[in-house]
Design a protein around this ligand. Structure first.
Ligand code: HEM
Length: 128
């Protein structure tokens, strides 16, 4: 296995773990479960997301280029993080938190579609 493929697998695994765990936290938030505030549940996403980002930057370094789809992924990642922070930290009402959570999920799905198609417009290619 080449180094690139190795880091790509780490990146993809971290991406799936990040999305799955985000959904789980969203469910716990909607149920107002005490698990949502558990220490491990607050720390683990930072560990997973650090692995996701470090592997991403290693891949970009190994690619030796900076294609448009990667640029879009970086910007969309900030949008995903912003919606996630609003859902889990800043919004106070249940309805606003749920809305921000689903917006974050939509952006996550967009990032996945950009990753898989390697096209900057991702699933938006169906409408633009
Ligand atoms: C939530 C954030 C992210 C998710 C869910 C995600 C997901 C993925 C997935 C699933 C792949 C594999 C695509 C395939 O080959 O089918 C991939 C590849 C890749 N990602 Fe990400 N990614 C994320 C963030 C980033 C960021 C921020 C960067 C850049 C700094 C990045 C750079 C790359 C690169 C360079 C590849 C390899 C492309 C290739 O050679 O095929 N990713 N990503």
């Amino acid at each position: 296995m080449t180094g690139y493929i190795f880091f790509k697998h780490i990146h993809m695994t971290a991406a799936v773990a990040s999305g799955a765990f985000f959904m789980l936290r969203g469910l716990w938030m909607m149920q107002e479960s005490s698990l949502f505030n558990a220490k491990l549940v607050k720390v683990l996403p930072h560990v997973i997301d650090t692995i996701l980002l470090v592997s991403a930057f290693i891949l970009v370094g190994m690619m030796g280029s900076f294609p448009a789809f990667v640029q879009v992924k970086i910007v969309a990642l900030f949008v995903y993080i912003a919606f996630g922070m609003m859902a889990f930290r800043f919004m106070k009402s249940w309805g606003a938190r749920v809305f921000m959570f689903f917006m974050a999920l939509l952006v996550f799905a967009f990032i996945l579609s950009v990753a898989i198609t390697k096209q900057p417009q991702g699933f938006l290619s169906a409408i633009i």
